[in-house]
Ligand binder design. Structure first.
Ligand SMILES: *[C@@H]1O[C@H](CO)[C@@H](O)[C@H](O)[C@H]1NC(C)=O
Ligand SMILES: *[C@@H]1O[C@H](CO)[C@@H](O)[C@H](O)[C@H]1NC(C)=O
Ligand SMILES: *[C@@H]1O[C@H](CO)[C@@H](O)[C@H](O)[C@H]1NC(C)=O
Ligand SMILES: *[C@@H]1O[C@H](CO)[C@@H](O)[C@H](O)[C@H]1NC(C)=O
Ligand SMILES: [Zn+2]
Length: 436
């Protein structure tokens, strides 16, 4: 009896850590042409949970990405054929693309060995952050934004060139399968520390930067070790796992675009802030909330810049300024490689969806400028963005970030660092002393 139960335990242990494979799973890019086709797809989304919708069918969405198992493919295709909805297959065998992505190893104590055409796992990212602290002891501090269900620390860094500065807050990796998000956030850190570009250096020194590449560490580890398509955290609910951490924040919780079904990828959790990740990170944010001028959350995919709110398409708060600033920044983003991002609030640009971090930050911390990037691409590879696109993606995002700051200053939302103001005051004092 004892031996049997041990076997059972071993079996479960093995089964739970075995890599999920996606052999002959196909990624569809589907093009609904009218409201009726959108509603037909919404029906499919709501009723047939075997399909993994990578974005939501709405009138504003040009396309919908759906991942299908080989068993469900012909059902999906005949349904699309019957309803006369156009589609094509962008990836015939998803496993092949997963196999092609080799996760790199960061070499300890060699911060320059981090490469920008590879993805990294959590240990590597955290090791690099620690090495940055050793390489830049006067600028970099390691910070902990909270902790995960499985007890991992949400690790980040603060970059500061002195006290009294306003802050910029960056959060990545809340949806674990969106690997380009931590890759982008790490690149921003690297630019702020190593770039020779005048504007980048000014941005680095003018503000305090609070940066967390992976705020869903359990999910990110799971997406590397077991299931590449994992989105949520890893809290168990019976035989199901995980809460969508970007539906769990205490802002219009469970009002729209989320469910109370633990099997769903949009499961909002048992209550607002039921999850340690969102609860602890929000508590951390409260401690510095009044210093933050700009808050950025990084997701993929879709070439979008989103702003609050997700509960209504109405232009709330400083919507028009935020749109204006955002559109100019996306103009700058498009210059380098011609990538076109659309800008809008969550509800108008994607769909009604609540309980996300940016809405909570706007509503409860009153941060002036709050945005969410939906990074590359536009539905060809989706979450499986090829490694050769990491660097171009990061470069264009960096261009846009500098323009965001520039425009935010123009619109009076941000100012230069206190040391500049201080030296200006000294100059004024000197002139006054001279005159009188
Ligand atoms: C995938 O499809 C190919 C071609 O139809 C087939 O030869 C192969 O056995 C399939 N692989 C798996 C793991 O089902
Ligand atoms: C759907 O239509 C496409 C294009 O006409 C065709 O290649 C495919 O075999 C059809 N699939 C099914 C299941 O009817
Ligand atoms: C990274 O290191 C692990 C463990 O040492 C090894 O199994 C893996 O092959 C390495 N990956 C690469 C891309 O070098
Ligand atoms: C949407 O949410 C915001 C923030 O909670 C609130 O101020 C606003 O009244 C809500 N609008 C609607 C239509 O529910
Ligand atoms: Zn996301």
């Amino acid at each position: 009896m004892k031996i049997l139960s041990l076997n059972v335990i071993l079996l479960i242990a093995c089964a739970s850590s075995e890599k999920v494979r996606f052999d002959n799973y196909s990624l569809y890019k589907i093009f609904p042409q009218n409201e009726q086709q959108v509603s037909v797809l919404q029906d499919l989304y709501n009723k047939e949970t075997q399909y993994d919708f990578w974005n939501h069918p709405t009138m504003s969405a040009e396309y919908v990405n759906v991942l299908s198992s080989p068993l469900d493919r012909s059902r999906l295709e005949s349904f699309l054929n019957k309803t006369d909805i156009k589609f094509f297959i962008t990836i015939a065998n998803v496993q092949e693309i997963i196999d092609r992505q080799t996760v790199a190893n960061y070499t300890r104590n060699n911060i320059r060995s981090m490469s920008w055409n590879r993805y990294y796992n959590l240990d590597n990212i955290n090791a690099w952050l620690e090495d940055l602290k050793d390489a830049y002891p006067n600028i970099v501090t390691l910070i902990t934004g909270g902790q995960s269900y499985e007890g991992r620390a949400i690790k980040g860094i603060k970059l500061s060139h002195g006290s009294g500065r306003r802050a910029i807050f960056i959060e990545g990796g809340i949806h674990s399968r969106e690997w380009i998000s931590p890759a982008t956030v790490c690149y921003i850190i690297n630019e702020l520390l190593t770039s020779d570009d005048r504007e980048t250096k000014a941005a680095a020194t003018d503000f305090d930067w609070y940066i967390f590449p992976v705020v869903n560490p359990d999910g990110y580890v799971w997406s590397h070790e077991v299931d590449r398509m994992w989105r949520k955290n890893r809290r168990p609910f019976g035989s199901e796992f995980g809460v969508d951490l970007n539906r769990n924040w205490n802002s219009n919780w469970l009002v729209a675009g989320s469910t109370s079904n633990p099997a769903s990828n949009n499961f909002a959790g048992l209550g607002p802030f039921s999850e340690p990740e969102s609860r602890s990170l929000s508590a951390y944010l409260r401690t510095i909330g009044d210093q933050i001028d700009l808050y950025l959350s990084f997701h993929s995919h879709g070439h979008l810049l989103l702003l609050p709110f997700g509960n209504t398409t109405e232009p709330l708060a400083n919507y028009w300024d935020a749109i204006n600033i955002g559109k100019r920044a996306m103009g700058a983003l498009s210059v380098r490689y011609g990538t076109n991002y659309a800008t809008g609030n969550i509800a108008e640009a994607i769909y009604l969806a609540t309980g996300g971090s940016i809405d909570w930050v706007k509503e409860h911390l009153n941060v002036p400028l709050v945005y969410c990037y939906e990074l590359r691409d536009d539905g060809t590879y989706g979450f499986l963005l090829p490694e050769e696109q990491i660097l171009p993606n990061n470069e264009e995002v960096m261009d846009s970030l500098l323009e965001l700051i520039h425009q935010a200053k123009r619109f009076g939302y941000m100012s230069n660092a206190p040391h500049l103001k201080a030296s200006l005051m000294t100059l004024v004092a000197l002139i006054l002393a001279f005159v009188f």
